[in-house]
Ligand binder design. Structure first.
Ligand SMILES: [Zn+2]
Length: 186
């Protein structure tokens, strides 16, 4: 194993417990049973924070390290919440397609289902930012949920990234989340 690989694996061990702690603290917001599973991957493009495969969240160790070095742990929490919301979406799609009980309306779940099989990633093969990415309902929903949790928790949300293409819609939806959390007093 080369030195760079050793360094990255040491970072993964270092940050593993940070991520676990964030999950434990925010579990009350997730709207699903069971603890989200996560692992790491390595991509030097730090704009790519996480992805989701087979109901496991994969976090880019380069992006996480960069954020913690800037002491921007709120950004890590924000993007982790975003990925966790994608887990919820996938679970709802699975339930709808298997005639199990769903937690929300079926129209939006059908949209997510379509988007997951026709997904536009944040960047293309050349690394250019995609216009279509932020307009997908599954992305708007994930950003709104994460932003709403952070706002409800009293975090400095002005520092958090919002894709400009869908900013207005995300902010509107996140206000609904804040109202919801307040009414539940969680
Ligand atoms: Zn996303």
């Amino acid at each position: 194993m080369n030195i760079e690989q050793e360094r990255l694996e040491a970072l993964e061990i270092l940050y593993y417990s940070n991520i676990e702690n964030l999950i434990d603290k925010d579990q009350r917001f997730f709207r699903f049973q069971g603890k989200p599973k996560f692992d790491f991957f390595q991509n030097e493009d730090i704009r790519i924070f996480g992805k989701q495969k087979n109901n496991v969240i994969f976090l880019n160790i380069f992006a996480i390290d960069e954020a913690y070095r800037r002491k921007a742990s709120d950004e890590v929490e924000y993007f982790l919440l975003h990925e966790i919301r994608h887990l919820f979406q996938h679970e709802e799609v699975f339930c709808l397609n298997n005639n199990s009980e769903i937690a929300i309306g079926s129209d939006i779940i059908r949209k997510w289902d379509y988007e997951f099989s026709h997904y536009s990633p944040a960047t293309d093969e050349k690394g250019n930012a995609s216009q279509a990415y932020a307009k997908q309902d599954c992305e708007i929903d994930a950003y709104a949920f994460a932003y709403g949790v952070m706002k409800y928790k009293g975090k400095d949300v002005d520092k958090l990234f919002l894709p400009p293409e869908s900013k207005i819609e995300i902010l509107k939806m996140s206000e609904e989340w804040v109202k919801q959390f307040k009414s539940e007093n969680i």
